[in-house]
Design a protein around this ligand. Structure first.
Ligand code: COA
Length: 398
């Protein structure tokens, strides 16, 4: 395709700085993150994840009655179809062998949810909203059941999708561990879900919009979103950030934290041009608003923890993380993103590392489905151009 000179001049690798569409769901600025008119610090301090989910999906702050109805609908939709349970059981071997990771299994499970959903092929406004609520309700149950299989325990709350008296966040923790979380832990999880819920035209949301833009269905778009989120440059960074901290701890030991040993480790990483996970952001250049909120909460929660987490006291992980952050800022002028404190926070809540990104999905499903609905409501196929860099035209002879 012939590309005009103006289009060629506007080319930006990775679409950096390119406006890919319009949205009323979220606004990202250097100094603010806004969900439908509400600033993220305000939401993290005063709202619950259920309220934020309603805000994103329905477009406005819920009234008391609307919230009650919404919560009841979500709780009623928590159980997952038998076909999904059967699939999870069949995937247990792949998980155990490492051939599949939880994000892969979740992606397939969401596809199966589509087959079982009576509205699957209906992209109408009401059907889309029903599907969005079902996905929001069922994804934590999939994550919980998957962890039960990995740990070799019976399904927690198979019939009910957990415990109907628990909040979304508390129920997610309960299903994954079989233990009722403390009020503090439930709140930390709730806030992390609020922070992860929506982030404008990030890679996975853009993926869901591209798929929805062909007038394909919501479950297909969400499966694509999960595949995009899995990557370590995107959502997978929360798992990789924790793996990196574990690696530093293994090399420097408890006694090395706070000493030059960590600086030396970082210098080696810089020298090898290694990307440090949980740092940097395509849009935020002065820091990610969400990182400070989660770091503060996670650290406060760690202070109440006794015992060892991967061989280190909970607060020491934050000491190490803060030292790494200081070095990154001083030497590279790069700030942590939300995935960095997420790693330490979830680790010191005893959440298995391979489930960090699936938990991200349990939250971002709200943002994705809000965007899919927005795309379907005012659609235009998303189809950019490319600059051809292949060989010149040849004749195919013989
Ligand atoms: N560790 C080390 N260096 C980093 C870095 C990181 N995490 N993030 C950015 N940089 C460096 C780059 O190497 C580059 O340096 P150079 O100009 O000397 O080549 C410079 O900062 C600009 O980075 P760039 O990769 O062009 O930024 P981007 O906008 O394309 O990438 C990310 C943004 C998120 C992909 C990138 O910061 C990254 O890979 N981070 C780690 C993964 C992560 O945490 N992802 C979650 C994002 S919420």
């Amino acid at each position: 395709m012939a590309v005009t000179a103006a289009a060629e001049a506007a080319f930006a690798k990775g679409l950096e700085g390119v406006i890919g569409g319009q949205t009323a769901v979220c606004s990202i600025e250097q100094d603010k993150l806004i969900y439908r008119g509400y600033e993220i610090h305000d939401l993290a301090e005063h709202a619950t994840f259920e309220e934020v989910s309603f805000l994103l999906l329905e477009g406005h702050k819920p009234s008391r009655d609307e919230l009650l109805r919404f919560k009841a609908e979500i709780i009623a939709e928590r159980p997952i179809p038998a076909a999904v349970v059967t699939f999870l059981e069949s995937a247990a071997g792949w998980l155990a062998s490492g051939r599949a990771v939880p994000m892969d299994v979740l992606r397939t499970a969401v596809s199966i949810l589509g087959h079982a959903d009576p509205d699957c092929q209906n992209n109408g406004k009401d059907a889309n909203l029903r599907k969005a609520k079902r996905l929001l309700a069922k994804i934590p149950t999939i994550v919980g059941h998957m962890q039960n299989l990995i740990d070799g325990r019976g399904y927690v709350g198979r019939e009910w999708g957990g415990d109907p008296t628990l909040s979304h966040a508390a129920n997610l923790l309960y299903m994954m561990t079989g233990q009722q979380p403390t009020v503090d832990e439930a709140r930390v999880m709730d806030v992390s879900l609020i922070l992860y819920a929506e982030h404008e035209f990030n890679a996975s949301t853009f993926t869901t919009r591209v798929i929805a833009g062909t007038l394909s269905d919501m479950h297909g778009a969400v499966a694509g979103g999960i595949a995009a989120l899995k990557g370590p440059l995107h959502g997978g960074a929360n798992e990789m950030a924790m793996e990196m901290l574990k690696e530093i701890f293994k090399d420097v030991g408890d006694a090395g934290i706070g000493t030059d040993k960590v600086d030396e480790w970082m210098e080696k990483a810089f020298a090898s041009k290694r990307k440090l996970m949980g740092f940097g952001h395509r849009v935020y250049k002065n820091g990610d608003h969400r990182a400070g909120i989660l770091h503060k909460l996670g650290k406060a929660n760690a202070k109440h923890k006794s015992g060892q987490f991967g061989g280190l006291a909970a607060t020491r992980w934050f000491d190490l993380g803060e030292q790494v952050q200081r070095i990154m800022l001083t030497k590279k002028n790069i700030h942590p993103n939300v995935d960095f404190p997420c790693g330490m926070t979830y680790f010191t809540m005893n959440i298995p590392v391979p489930q960090y990104t699936p938990i991200f999905v349990a939250s971002r499903i709200t943002g994705w489905t809000a965007h899919i609905m927005e795309q379907h409501a005012d659609n235009r196929l998303i189809r950019p151009l490319s600059i051809y860099t292949g060989p010149a035209e040849h004749k195919w002879i013989g």
